[in-house]
Ligand binder design. Structure first.
Ligand code: NAI
Length: 416
């Protein structure tokens, strides 16, 4: 499962050989740890049209306010501000461009604000050295603090080239004493999500199939949480979850998922049915039950787990990609539902790319190697990268982020 190439190019001789042969040289990403809680330098904030301070840096991040760019000529100010800074960013630094929603009926504004998307995605592909680039589209009164905290930190190490819309939000509720449920928590991404939410102070109920037994109990003990051995596709799953959560639920993370790959021509109905039911059907049923039963508290956060396969499609994965695209439809519909919105509940999805887990360790070697390298950061992500993103979307202060699909894929070429 280990990425031997990344390890090799992390050594001086390995780097030398890779450079001589013109092979990719992925950077060692700076991830959050108690020893590296911050970016590797200060944050510079400026607006399009400003002249950046000369000879300064290296910066840990640059935040460029481009919300006032209202026509193509205004894009000159984006180039003018960032061109001199492109080389002043520290390794694993961040560029965050703040934009506005393109205005219908104002051709210049719509074109210029949409242009920022192409700009950000291109810069993400060329900047290198483990740096990331994102566009935040701010609605009037947008509550962007928790999103900026996330993006301007090592917690967003494997998120790049994303366009995220932020709206206004009601006053965030108290962040203490929250209860979270994570499905598929016995291993992989789910276990990392449980650990990361527990690190943020939540009591985590860890759900997995009864066969996961010891592994599930171990994760629950490690996060000082509770184990709930339950097949999420069981007809009474919603009721059993509600019964296990008498104090209600503040964070619901639908993470459990399976693959049963075959080309459509070779795919029997049972492979189709199982994947759709575990990955999508159960998500709809449990969410509906927990909403109707009042188990989801006011300002609860629902996070679905999609996949870049659900955005780009993938050979041999018509069932899986359909289920993951369905998750995107599900969170968008929930986010738009006045009954859900009215209670301050948000619904978003993460769409992981290639993440180093048991699921991807089972992928044939050549496809696995391609999955690792075909992204702007030149490496696979770790379960914690998805977990940090889930934790940001689950934050009590993230009420302005709703109906968003955030890829955790190092800016994969697939579906970009
Ligand atoms: P994994 O296979 O390592 O873990 C999945 C967990 O879900 C397992 O513990 C399993 O027992 C549990 N689970 C499966 N069916 C269940 C059911 N019916 N009821 C309760 N629990 C059940 O998978 P991994 O890699 O950690 O993936 C987690 C999620 O992320 C999945 O939804 C997967 O589709 C998604 N994903 C993963 C990617 C990757 O590169 N690893 C890429 C894109 C999406």
């Amino acid at each position: 499962m280990a990425d031997r190439y990344l390890r090799l190019t992390g050594t001086a001789p390995g780097r030398f050989v890779a450079r001589r042969l013109g092979l990719p040289q992925p950077a060692a990403l700076r991830r959050w740890s108690p020893r590296t809680p911050d970016l590797p330098g200060p944050v510079l904030r400026l607006a399009a049209g400003d002249t950046p301070p000369s000879g300064s840096g290296p910066y840990g991040a640059v935040v460029l306010d481009a919300t006032a760019v209202a026509d193509p000529a205004g894009l000159r100010g984006v180039h003018g501000a960032l061109h001199p800074l492109a080389r002043s960013l520290a390794p694993c630094g961040r560029i965050v461009v703040l934009g506005a929603r393109p205005q219908d009926g104002d051709l210049g504004h719509a074109a210029a604000q949409q242009a920022l998307e192409g700009f950000v995605r291109s810069l993400g592909k060329e900047i290198g050295r483990g740096c990331t680039v994102q566009l935040l589209r701010l609605a009037p009164g947008a509550a962007a603090d928790s999103t900026l905290d996330f993006l301007l930190s090592p917690r967003s190490a494997y998120v790049s080239g994303q366009v995220i819309e932020i709206g206004p939000a009601p006053q965030p509720p108290a962040a203490e004493g929250r209860t979270a449920l994570v499905t598929g928590a016995a291993r992989g991404i789910g276990a990392a999500v449980a650990e990361t939410l527990a690190r943020g102070g939540a009591h985590v109920v860890c759900l997995d199939v009864p066969q996961a037994g010891d592994a599930l109990a171990e994760v629950a003990a490690r996060v000082t949480g509770t184990a709930l051995a339950l097949d999420i596709t069981a007809p009474d799953a919603g009721g059993r979850i509600a019964a296990a959560l008498p104090g209600g639920l503040d964070v619901l993370v639908h993470n459990a998922g399976i693959t049963r790959d075959r080309r459509l021509a070779n795919m029997p109905a049972d492979r189709w049915e199982t994947v759709i039911d575990v990955n999508l059907g159960s998500v709809l049923r449990t969410t509906a039950h927990l909403l109707a039963a009042g188990t989801l508290n006011e300002h609860a956060r629902i996070v679905g787990t999609a996949s870049i396969a659900g955005i780009a499609g993938n050979t041999g994965q018509t069932n899986y990609a359909a289920s993951k695209a369905g998750i995107i439809g599900c969170v968008r519909a929930l986010a738009a539902d006045p009954a859900v919105r009215g209670r301050g509940i948000t619904a978003n999805a993460v769409a992981p790319g290639f993440i180093e887990t048991a699921m991807t360790a089972a992928v044939p070697l050549v496809i696995r190697e391609a999955g690792r390298r075909m992204n702007s950061l030149g490496q696979g992500g770790l379960p914690v990268d998805v977990a940090e993103t889930v934790a940001w979307l689950s934050d009590a202060a993230s009420g302005g982020v709703n109906g968003q699909v955030v890829r955790v894929c190092g800016q994969s070429l697939l579906g970009a």
